[in-house]
Design a protein around this ligand. Structure first.
Ligand SMILES: C[S@@+](CC[C@H](N)C(=O)[O-])C[C@H]1O[C@@H](n2cnc3c(N)ncnc32)[C@H](O)[C@@H]1O
Ligand SMILES: Nc1nc2[nH]cc(C(=O)O)c2c(=O)[nH]1
Ligand code: SF4
Ligand SMILES: [Mg+2]
Length: 210
């Protein structure tokens, strides 16, 4: 049971339902290979059937944690911090990102973009989902677009999404993990035919790291 006071603090972004945090190597997208501290915030109602972190969905099982405490801890590990979830934009990211940036961190987000953009970000990785499309401001501010390819219809979805992001947004196709053997050859062919796209793999899963 969370008290009314805790609920208010979460609403203001002064507390956040923290699922886990870990220092690792960014496995995906533009910054792959870079050491980064990951903050995984619980809560997501998008419902991707292939989501690799379904344990994050129910915010109520993740303890509300003081945002300042999350920041103090994160900056001990790395000056690159990746905020992920769950869907981090479920919550008000203003305080978390302001404090991380005050302490000199470069702050990245992994988001479906399904909720309004809050917070100040050095890098926005937008991974749009058909079930709950991104809001206009997330499209407008995306630095990379990372479309998950589960089946061949996702190439068409990827092109529709690419039309909605800025011209300098970097475009990635990433195989859905369970379908990787089937989809990697199709992604490789597609990228060779359509070289505005790049391949992204979940390299942390090959490296056996978090
Ligand atoms: C778990 S999500 C959390 C952040 C946010 N909810 C989102 O979807 O962008 C982090 C990244 O993992 C990707 N992802 C999740 N499950 C995946 C899977 N089974 N295979 C490949 N990528 C996956 C998402 O598309 C997203 O880019
Ligand atoms: N190493 C590593 N890189 C990642 N890039 C995005 C991730 C995520 O779950 O948001 C992730 C993750 O879970 N681990
Ligand atoms: S939006 Fe992200 S966290 Fe939510 S179900 Fe989809 S992949 Fe999982
Ligand atoms: Mg992950």
């Amino acid at each position: 049971m969370v008290t009314a006071e805790t609920h208010e603090l979460v609403k203001k972004g002064e507390m956040l339902p923290l699922m886990e945090e870990f220092y690792t190597i960014q496995g995906e997208g533009y910054h792959k290979g870079t050491a980064a501290y990951f903050i995984r915030i619980g809560g997501c109602d998008v419902g991707c059937h292939w989501c690799d972190v379904k344990e994050s969905w129910n915010a109520e099982v993740h303890p509300p944690t003081l945002t300042s405490q999350i920041v103090e801890n994160a900056i001990k590990y790395s000056d690159t911090v990746v905020v992920t979830g769950g869907e981090p934009l479920t919550w008000d990211m203003t305080k978390l990102t302001n404090e991380l940036k005050e302490k000199g961190a470069s702050v990245h987000i992994e988001t479906s973009g399904a909720y309004p953009l809050t917070g100040k970000w050095d890098w926005i990785c937008l991974s749009p989902k058909k079930l709950k499309l991104p809001t206009p401001e997330v499209y407008r501010n995306a630095n990379e677009l990372k479309v998950i390819v589960y089946n061949k219809n996702d190439f068409e979805f990827a092109e529709e999404q690419a039309d909605k992001v800025p011209d300098d947004c970097i475009l990635y196709l990433q195989p859905e993990w369970s379908k990787r053997d089937k989809m990697i050859p199709q992604i490789v062919d597609y990228v060779m035919q359509n070289p505005k796209w790049k391949v992204s793999l979940q390299t942390h899963k090959y490296l056996n790291i978090p």
